[in-house]
Design a protein around this ligand. Structure first.
Ligand code: PLP
Length: 377
């Protein structure tokens, strides 16, 4: 099927990298020539560029998005006996990080239209043990950050952003990652800004938080002292090779996000007169359009029909966190919107190089599948 001219992949990393091979060759060669693979100028430059891009004072490169979350929680002193509020419809890494530091996730429901966490949802889950809230910018869109920041501030708990799907997104003009005590990014290859392997970053305005994350990611060493391990840390640094790749890709991120926005607008236009229910976008949110998600009643059947027509889709996520074995023990309240989303969401092909013709084929196939019995929520 991938060789069929009608095939539309879910994500096309070949198309992304085809146009970048000279820049990437140059980046890798420059690391090899310098032969500094841990730390060094490429890492420093990426951290500076990424902080500038996000509008924060500091960025610390780390080994993955999940490690970014875990290290930020650890650096804030969150651990045993603490609760961390997390939406139940997110990638498992959000909750893994909470459990990894010894704290307990408290799963909350989300808005019916945007599928994002709300200030009311967070407020309803606060207890005297709540130490932090992790807001997830799901599918690339940020929730009402003023309202969430106000709730966190009133409760005296730390606001963290899981911005792994939201590189360059804005709420009310301000970038993802710059609203919370810390913003946590993944550069997994298929994210809006992706490394050629696993990578992540923590951004923050707080110099001492940045220094603690940096130290924890580097065996608890303080800056400039190789042998004095002051904290129990680990090996969670960002490689120089990946930093050089990310430096080469970052100048393209704005254009890639523009292309994603145009693709999403084209989907919306083609589906305007169909009963398709797209995940709603809030007027004050400038999404990074990481995923194009539509909600369909007969989701699994529709996906099978689309696959036969050469359209590759994905589901983010079919099992909410409270339905996964290691996390079901934290399920303490009804989560009807999360349940409905898990049953109905489908992610359609979306990547910066997708053509209008490809989007047209996806929508045609979806409408055909619908005529054969699938319906929209
Ligand atoms: C990708 C992702 C992560 C984890 O990132 P890794 O780099 O794979 O560890 C965390 N949260 C969300 C919402 C993600 O999409």
């Amino acid at each position: 099927m991938p060789s069929s001219p009608h095939y539309v992949p879910f994500v096309d990393l070949h198309a992304l990298h085809r146009g970048l091979s000279t820049e990437l060759d140059h980046a890798w060669r420059s690391v090899l020539l310098g032969s500094t693979f841990i730390g060094g100028a490429h890492l420093e430059r990426f951290e500076e560029d990424w902080a500038t891009y996000c509008g924060t004072r500091h960025a610390v490169g780390v080994s993955s998005g999940t490690d970014a979350l875990r290290l930020a929680l650890h650096a804030l002193g969150i651990g045993n006996g603490d609760e961390v509020i997390v939406p139940a419809n997110t990638f498992v890494g959000t909750a893994e990080a909470v459990v990894a530091v010894g704290a307990e996730p408290r799963f909350v429901d989300v808005d019916a239209e945007t599928l994002l966490v709300t200030a009311e949802g967070v407020e309803s889950a606060l207890t005297p043990r709540t130490a932090a809230v992790i807001v997830v910018h799901l599918y690339g869109q940020m929730p009402d950050m003023e309202a969430l920041a106000a709730v966190a501030e009133r409760a005296g708990v730390a606001l963290l952003e899981d911005a792994a799907q939201a590189h360059g997104a804005r709420w009310n003009g301000r970038r993802a990652g710059s609203w919370g005590r810390a913003g946590c990014f993944s550069f997994y290859p298929a994210k809006n800004l992706g490394a050629l392997g696993d990578a992540g970053a923590v951004v923050t305005d707080d110099p001492s938080l940045a220094a603690t994350v940096r130290s924890l990611a580097d065996h608890g060493r303080p800056a400039g002292n190789h042998d004095r391990h002051e904290l129990v840390g680990g090996t969670n640094r960002l490689d120089a090779l990946q930093a050089a790749v990310l430096c080469a890709k970052l100048p393209h991120l704005g254009l890639w996000n523009d292309a994603r926005r145009r693709a999403a607008a084209h989907y919306a236009a083609l589906m305007a007169h169909s009963p398709a229910r797209l995940v709603a976008t809030h007027p004050r949110a400038e999404s990074a359009y990481h995923l194009q998600v539509v909600r369909i009643e007969d989701r699994d059947e529709t996906r099978r029909a689309l696959r036969k027509l050469g359209i590759q889709t994905a589901v983010h996520y079919p099992l909410p966190l409270h339905r996964l074995p290691p996390y079901s023990r934290y399920h303490d309240r009804p989560l009807p919107m999360v349940e409905e989303a898990a049953r109905t969401v489908v992610s359609l092909p979306l990547f910066p190089q997708i053509s209008e013709a490809q989007i047209g084929r996806v929508v045609d196939a979806l409408l055909r599948a619908m005529q054969h019995g699938a319906s929209y929520v």
